[in-house]
Write a protein that binds this ligand. Sequence first.
Ligand code: UDP
Length: 393
Amino acid sequence: MKRALFISDHGDPLSPLGGRQSGGQNVYVRELGRALGRLGWQVDVVTHHADPQTPACEKKDSLRVFRFSRGGPAFVAKEEMPVLLPHLFHHVLALAGRYDYKVIHTHYWMSGWLGLYLSNRLGLPLVHTSHSLGVVKERAGTPVNRERLEAERLILSFADGIVTTTEQEAGIVGSLVPGDQSGSRVEVIPAGVDAGLFNPRARESRRPPFLLFVGRPEKNKGLDVLLRAWRRLAERPELYVVGQHRRRPEPGLVCTGPLEHRDLARLYKTAAVTVVPSFYESFGLVAAEAMSCGCPVIASDVGGLGEIVVHGQTGLTFPPGDHGRLRESLVRVLSDPPLAARLGTTAAQRAARRFNWDNIGRQTAALYERLIRSPGLYRQRGGSFDAGNCSGL
Ligand code: UDP
């Protein structure tokens, strides 16, 4: 059996979703691990032990989760996590002494940063998926510390393989490592959706219609933009807000709290429109899930969303933050049922073609195999990571 070691500092693949720090990365790590498992890989995930109700080690199908902590399990905001990296380092080294890993796949910049040292120490190829990029977050108005920006530049310069989920992100990676042949190390492999749950079967838009928002309670998700647009609709449909949001009660606003994928699928299948008004989104799983269920999506034209949602074909896009344009788009879709049906049908067809975890697992496994066969691919070109390069950190 081939073993892959995933490091996902704050994205526990088995934790409930919809909280401040549990969203797309958790789903991606879980579903990619399961897809690789179906191809005969054993995937071990090392992650922070945030929930005292969970055990330090847990196995689910082909996925084994090893949770580390300093001084016992407790939630730690990702901004506070860098001080935990030495503990994580030792935890991973102990595991690597026990199991014969063939490849390290890191998720998010802190994991990748550690991955550079680990791949050097263990002589294993390093694959990295960013999930979000500091430079892009900064451009979207979120303050980002210098250490993160510098660490990301190093990771993207020295990882053996870089998986980006969109072409747009691949372009950004290329621009971050100028003069470097990052192109040959970057592989664009989208994220996927669980087609057993998220599919257009039995889709039926509920009457009267309702709008759907799904996301972590983070300003970047743009819920305020949606609320402004929604409040100005002459005929206000109900608005369902899914995730750990605390909002003052108001007529028509339904805050469900966090929901499991099984329950979410029912909402996507009955919502008139799913709105994704983010200021930042590296991929945008919510849009992909809604599309898979045949639900029209109105999304801000930002990051991966611009690639997932094709304006006028699978949904509508609007400039991030522009609540006026969002309101117009809502009116357009709500007042034109044939348009809504057409968008939903095309969305489901496009999603089924693109967001398939089995294909994604196969592409990722092929990348691993290639790097295992020629581990020096990048390093032979003189790109070997040297801790001395970190003097700026
Ligand atoms: N999600 C969920 N329940 C919730 C809120 C969110 O299952 O209450 C899931 C959602 O279905 C999606 C993920 O969390 O699979 C969010 O991923 P996305 O890429 O949209 O955003 P991110 O969290 O990566 O910023």
